[in-house]
Design a protein around this ligand. Structure first.
Ligand SMILES: O=C(O)CCC(=O)C(=O)O
Length: 265
C-alpha cells in the first residue's frame, strides 16, 4: 500500500480558496498512491483563531468537502483530507477531519477530542469531539487522531482495541516542540505496534512557525520517511502484513494488565 503525506505550506498571504485549489491539485498529483493525507486545519492555519468561525463549514457539503471529494475521485485515492473548522448542526465549532473513498464519498468524519490551548485558542473556541473513529480500507484499518491528541496514549489504545492498524495524525505542530512530535510519533507506533502517519504543515500560522517534519513510523518503530520544514510530499510503501507480523513476533499487546488496583482502593 502506497501512502502520500502532503505537508502543506500555509502561507498567511494566500486566500482560503487558493489553498483549497492548491491542495486539490496536490492530491490529484498523487494518483499512484492508495492513501493520501493532508494536515490539520490547512484551510485556515491551526493558530489563526480569528478565522475559525469566519471560515467554518459543514462537513457534509461545504466547499472543502466539495473540493476534496472531487480530488479524491479524480486521483482515485482514499483521501484523509486533514481537518477543517466545522460548524456542527448543534451550532458548535469542531476541528473535524474528513476521509473520502476513491469514489469521492465521505467515508468518515472525526472531531478532535483533545482541544489545544489550555484556557485559550482552540480550547475555548472549539467544542470537543467524543467519539473514537476507525475506517476500514482494503488492507488496513485507519485509526484517526488530530495533533494534540498525540499526547494522549489512551486514545490510541482505544483505537487499537477498535481494530486500528494505521494511526493517522494530521497536525499543525509548533516548531518549538518538534522534539516532542518526533518522540511521541515513534512512541505511539512502538507501544501500539501500528503504523503512524503523522502529517504536519510547513510555514507559519498567525506568527507560530510550524515544525513540518511529517513522519511515517512502522510498527517496529523504524522511521520510514521524515520531511523537512517546508512544503513537501512524503511517499512511502506500507507492508500490509507487518502490523500482524510484529504483533505476533513480539506480542506485548497481549500482556496488557487492565483494571490495576489504585493505592488505598
Ligand atoms: O501539543 C502540542 O505541543 C501542539 C498541539 C497543537 O498545536 C494543536 O493541537 O493544535
Amino acid at each position: 500500500m502506497r501512502a502520500s503525506l502532503i505537508q502543506f505550506g500555509v502561507d498567511p498571504q494566500e486566500s482560503v480558496d487558493s489553498r483549497r485549489q492548491r491542495a486539490a491539485s496536490l492530491v490529484r498529483e498523487q494518483s499512484g498512491a492508495d492513501l493520501v493525507v493532508l494536515p490539520e486545519l490547512w484551510t485556515v492555519g491551526a493558530f489563526a483563531y480569528e478565522s475559525f468561525a469566519a471560515e467554518a463549514e459543514r462537513a457534509a457539503d461545504g466547499p472543502t468537502h466539495e473540493a476534496m471529494s472531487k480530488a479524491a475521485r479524480d486521483a482515485g485515492v482514499w483521501l484523509h483530507a486533514g481537518s477543517i473548522p466545522e460548524r456542527g448542526a448543534d451550532g458548535g465549532l469542531y476541528n473535524t477531519s474528513l476521509v473520502f473513498t476513491p469514489e469521492g464519498e465521505l467515508a468518515a468524519t472525526y472531531r478532535k477530542i483533545h482541544r489545544f490551548g489550555f484556557d485559550q485558542g482552540e480550547a475555548v473556541l472549539m467544542s470537543a469531539g467524543a467519539d473514537l473513529v476507525t475506517v476500514a480500507l482494503p488492507g488496513t484499518t485507519l485509526g484517526l487522531a488530530t495533533c494534540y491528541d498525540l499526547r494522549f496514549p489512551e486514545l490510541f489504545r482505544g483505537l487499537v482495541d477498535a481494530g486500528a492498524q494505521t494511526l493517522v495524525i494530521p497536525a499543525g505542530w509548533p516548531a518549538r516542540r518538534l522534539a516532542h512530535w518526533t518522540l511521541l510519533a515513534k512512541a505511539r507506533a512502538v507501544e501500539n505496534q501500528a503504523y503512524v502517519l503523522a502529517c504536519g504543515t510547513g510555514g507559519s500560522h498567525a506568527g507560530v512557525p510550524q515544525a513540518g517534519h511529517s513522519i511515517v513510523v512502522d510498527p517496529w518503530g523504524e522511521v520510514l520517511a521524515e520531511a523537512g520544514e517546508d512544503e513537501e510530499v512524503l511517499t512511502v510503501e506500507l507492508d500490509e502484513e507487518k502490523v500482524a507480523a510484529v504483533r505476533e513476533q513480539f506480542p506485548a499487546l497481549k500482556d496488557r494488565r487492565l483494571g490495576l488496583r489504585t493505592p488505598g482502593a
